[in-house]
Ligand binder design. Sequence first.
Ligand code: ADP
Ligand code: ADP
Length: 233
Amino acid sequence: KSVIHLEDIRKSYFLGKNELPVLKGVSLDIFKNEYVALMGPSGSGKSTLMNILGCLDSPTDGKYILSGHDVSTMEDNDLAGVRGKEIGFVFQQFNLMPRLTALENVAVPLIYAGIGKKEREEKARLMLERVGLGDRYKHKPNELSGGQCQRVAIARALVNDPSLILADEPTGNLDTKTSIEIMDIFGSIHASGNTVVLVTHEEDIADHARRIIRLRDGVIESDRVNEKKEALL
Ligand code: ADP
Ligand code: ADP
């Protein structure tokens, strides 16, 4: 079953009268419980593609079916609804709310989902335990290390049980040891049945994924099974 189905996705930015084509016909399927790394040189269109996958931006042309919803024709309001229900985001900069505790940060998506306070706290607590931060739930982001902040962000991304986890350079701000810990968490998220797409510049990070898609100049240059990961199984 496809979580992501893209058909000839095109995206241009318009700068005054000038059109800058960035995605030039991207077609692909990502199935349930795949673990995909998206790579490519700076400027190849990775962020643009992630923004489209995450329903943060619409393609100029082409078809995008996300978990059975045709999101390529949706208006912004409906898109926001699908985004909240289907997608969990993890960013390089963590994007936590500084005044909220770890628990409150994780619970934010549940507020939008209309879930009551008691259930929100229970679910958020459970998610924090899952990422190994059960004892830090009262801490605020400035009282946590970078790796701990990213764990909070991962717990927040998972709390709504989305069909897709999107991570844009999730280890970009972390040292090597912490990066490995964070990649172990993504591994266990994948092992428990989630679909994960992550953008990275680093081959070592991409090697945690099962499938590696490389973009170049707005088209897919290669899309293949990660032999190294398969060999370890
Ligand atoms: P990558 O993530 O692979 O570095 P991006 O998708 O960020 O690539 O960018 C691809 C190209 O699109 C770059 O030339 C970038 O400057 C341009 N671009 C990205 N976002 C915008 C935007 N909002 N407006 C105009 N140009 C953009
Ligand atoms: P990344 O490091 O993930 O490749 P960038 O630093 O290229 O991201 O872009 C950060 C943000 O700025 C993105 O939201 C992107 O859409 C936007 N952006 C990138 N290039 C341009 C541009 N030339 N004009 C306007 N916005 C841009």
